[in-house]
Write a protein of this length. Sequence first.
Length: 382
Amino acid sequence: MDQMKFAAPCLFGLEGIAGDELRRLNIENVAVENGRVLFTGDRLTLARANICLRTGERILIVLGEFTARSFEELFQGVYKLNLEDFIPSDGAFPVKGHCLNSQLMSVPDCQAIIKKAASKRLGEKYGVSWLPETGAKFQLQFSIMNDHVTLYLDTSGAGLHKRGYRAQGNEAPLRETLAAAMVQLARFRGREFFWDPFCGSGTIPIEAALIAKNRAPGLNRGFAAQAFPWMGKEIWEQAKAEAKDKEFAGKYQIMGSDNDPACVSLAFANARKAGVSDCVTFRDGDATKMDLPAKEGILVCNPPYGQRMMEQHSAQRLYSAFGRHIKFADGWKKYIITSEPEFEHYFGRRADKKRKLYNGMIKCDYYMYTDNARADRKKAHK
C-alpha cells in the first residue's frame, strides 16, 4: 500500500486542467485520458489530491484491471485482487458501477457477482463465513468497457465538487469543479478585477476567490477515506497543514452581480461559508444595463440557458442585449459558457477562441474574447 494507482474522474473537457493541477502538486506519473486522470502515490498523495484538486470529481484507488467476457471471468478477476489490503474484516463494501460495449451489460448482475467474489476473498482471508459489514464504508466501483474491467475504491465519498460552502443553490446551479475550470481557463490569478454579471448563488466568484487565495477547495469538508483505519489522522493533518501554508494573503477585487435579490443574498451566505467574504462582494444588478464595475478586468459568467431557466427566445434576447451593452468594453476579457449553438450571432461578435465543456450532461461551448486577439485582428485589417 506504499504506492497506489489512482484515478480522478472529470467532467469531459476538464481532464487536461485536472492533470496540470496534479502536476503542480508534485504528484507522479500523471496521465490524462478521456474522462479521467491517472496518477500514482502513497497515502499522503491520496489526502493531498482530495483536499487540493479543484477540477476532479473524486479520487479513486485502482484496485485492479482485467478482461472479462463471462460472469465466471468477472468473479475470478475480482477474487484474485488483494482486497484485504484495503477493506478490514468489519468493513462495509457496497458495489456500484457501469457497463458499456461489453459482453457483460447487466449492471445488477455484475454488482452481484463482484459482491460475491469480494465476500469470498475477504471471508477466506479473515477466516470467517460471514462478514458483518458494520464498520466504515468502502465503496467499490466498477467500470466494464469493451470487456475491460476496472475495480476502484472510492476515497472521496461525496463528489469533490461539493466543497461544503453551498448548502443550496439557485434553480440552475453550476458545478463547482466546472466553475473552477472556467476561472483557470480565463487565467485569473487575482491581479485583475474579476466580475460575474450572472452570479446566481455565487459559485464562479467564490471559486475565483479560492484560486486567488490559493486556498485548497477541500479544507472545509470530510472524505470517505478519513474513516479508513489505514489512513491515520496525522496524514490528513499533514496534508491540510501543507495546503494552508501555501495560501496567499492579499487584497482582491472580485465581484458577482445578479438581478435576483434572493440569489445575491444566497451568494453572500455561501461566500461566508467558504471563508472568502473578505475578498468577494455581491450586488443587485441587471447585466444588460448596469455600469461596468471597472475600466478593465476579466468577466466570467454562466448566463441562463433557454433549455434550463428561460424560454430559448428569451435567452437569445438576453444574449443580444448583453452583447450590445458590453460591445465597447474593450478593456475586459470575456469568458461565457452557454449551450446556445448560435450564441455568437446573438452576442454580436465571434469568439476569439471557444472550447467544448459539459455543464453536467449539457453540452456547452466556452466562448473566449480577449483584448490581445482583437488588437491583432485590427492590425491585420490596416
